[in-house]
Design a protein around this ligand. Structure first.
Ligand code: ATP
Ligand code: AMO
Length: 466
């Protein structure tokens, strides 16, 4: 077997003969004796030349090469030659490949739904003129996601998504966490009961987990001390918004607390800073690539002694009230108010990343620990990026009687979660944690404006395919 080369390594290798398998991005014939082929491997591309004057290349061969459909996969053997001028549209621009042999590995059956060029046009305002600008609508992209994912932008988006997963794992592993894998099939609803998918389970019914909440807390009761999970989360909510999916990837963690729940908040903050720094340090190229299609102001966060901005829920609501919003002191912020708060904070503190602490007890789930000094508020927090929630978390109730009482007050029957409550009857250390939506972090870091763009094959109330 002859070794194949990567396009990314071809620069300055004048005179070498190489074998390359790549996609034919585009071809451009000049008369019947010459054709230029733009060859692509992931985000790298090079220009190849098929000319009759070369050995073994006939006119027929040139004609056949010119007729190959864009996006076919070809195997090419050729000699690298220095180019007198930089080649436009090729990422390896100092050389070109003079083709001696060309084989078709996989052709295209039918027509491409859109060209990669059209799919790569900058996403700038004016939705109405999509067709005029030859832009490809989101639905068309998602219906033909495999082709859509081949654009440079999408290759970069998913490299960044993977990087966030890696940075999450690295940080937690260094800090003594272990990864767990909790079941997604449940006998009862995981959190509140309203928004779970039912699936038939032999002669009965099972539910898809709406978060690993119960399992990660039970792992703490089992003395794992620090755990995390990266896994699918299912929500049966008919939310047709820019930021809700029915299946998303949850980055969850749970840890014991020594003295105060701020230990968890600080760890989570350290985790986010390490993700932001890691992306900025190692993935600038991908961030810029995405930015060419989705122009965005650079994501900003605070470094140094002042640290991440933290507000209490009361202070956040006051900022909105001062800005003329009608909102009660214990009310949950809707999307519009969250974004407004994000803009106010950006103007005042120059940051796209902040934490809100001490939410009113009545708007948090049953497992949330009340503040011992003021039980109307809770030891809970949300984290925000560009004015949208990306993490929700809290200290949890580890005392079984209080837990059962809070369940009842939220309309959840403690009997339906017996295994969970029993875990606390056997003794459990104080603990807390949080859950992050991976696609939201990707969407907001890159300002993609729609969560579907940050999901490989998105699932929403109207989409189960492809
Ligand atoms: P979480 O489920 O983590 O709290 P979230 O904050 O995105 O995530 P919700 O609390 O369910 O989700 O909803 C928050 C806000 O999202 C709502 O106040 C509302 O503004 C918006 N929202 C949710 N569902 C819909 C919907 N179907 N249509 C319009 N907006 C919605
Ligand atoms: P919550 O329900 O707030 O909390 O979810 C945690 C985070 O998950 C993301 N998220 C979503 N992403 C896409 N589509 C959705 N429909 C969706 N819903 C939520 C958000 C959100 O911040 N058990 C708690 C976490 C905890 O306390 O540890 C929970 O699930 O980024």
């Amino acid at each position: 077997r002859r070794e194949r080369s990567q396009i990314s390594t071809l620069s300055s290798r004048d005179g070498e003969t190489v074998l390359i398998r790549a996609r034919l991005q585009t071809s451009r014939a000049q008369g019947n004796k010459l054709v230029f082929l733009n060859l692509r491997q992931r985000t790298h591309s090079v220009q190849a030349v098929l000319a009759v004057k070369a050995e073994k290349i006939s006119k027929q061969m040139v004609k056949w090469a010119s007729s190959l459909a864009d996006e076919s996969i070809v195997l090419v053997e050729g000699v690298i030659q220095q180019s007198p001028i930089p080649i436009q549209g090729a990422s390896v621009s100092d050389v070109e490949l003079h083709v001696q042999q060309l084989h078709l590995v996989a052709g295209i059956d039918g027509r491409l739904p859109f060209s990669l060029d059209d799919a790569s046009r900058p996403d700038v305002e004016i939705e109405q003129s999509e067709t005029q600008l030859n832009r490809v609508l989101l639905d068309t992209r998602l219906n033909n996601r495999v082709v859509d994912l081949r654009t440079q932008t999408n290759q970069a988006v998913f490299k960044l998504q993977a990087a966030i997963g890696d940075l999450f794992r690295d940080y937690l592993s260094i800090n003594g966490f272990i990864e767990i894998h909790s079941p997604k099939l449940q006998g009862a609803a995981t959190e509140s009961g309203a928004s779970v998918f039912k699936v038939s389970y032999f002669k009965g019914t099972a539910y898809l987990a709406q978060s690993p909440q119960l399992a990660k807390q039970m792992a703490i009761a089992a003395d794992f001390e620090r755990v995390y999970e990266i896994g699918p989360v299912f929500r049966a909510e008919d939310s047709n918004t820019h930021r809700h999916l029915t299946e998303f990837i949850g980055l969850d963690l749970e840890m014991t607390i020594e003295e105060h729940y701020h230990e968890v908040m600080e760890l989570l903050d350290g985790l986010f800073l390490s993700i932001f720094r890691g992306l900025k340090e190692k993935y600038q190229h991908e961030i810029e690539t995405v930015g060419r299609q989705f122009p965005a102001d650079e994501f900003k966060w605070r470094e140094g002694p002042e640290g991440t901005l933290r507000l209490t829920h009361r202070e956040a609501v006051q900022m909105l009230v001062d800005d003329g919003v009608e909102i009660g002191p214990t009310e949950d912020m809707n999307t519009e108010n969250e974004r407004r708060l994000g803009r106010l904070i950006k103007a005042k503190y120059d940051t796209d990343y902040f934490i809100i602490d001490k939410f009113p007890m009545e708007i948090r789930p049953f497992y949330t620990m009340p503040d011992p000094e003021d039980p109307t508020v809770s030891n809970s927090y949300d984290f925000f990026m560009r004015g949208e929630e990306i993490l929700s978390g809290a200290q949890r109730i580890h005392e079984p009687k209080l837990l059962a009482e809070k369940m009842r007050s939220k309309g959840v029957d403690p009997e339906s979660m017996k295994g969970y409550i029993d875990a606390f009857r056997m003794g459990c250390a104080p603990h807390g944690g949080g859950g992050i939506g991976l696609e939201r972090v990707v969407m907001l870091f890159l300002k993609l404006n729609n969560i579907r763009r940050a999901s490989l094959f998105p699932r929403d109330p109207k989409r189960l395919e492809p």
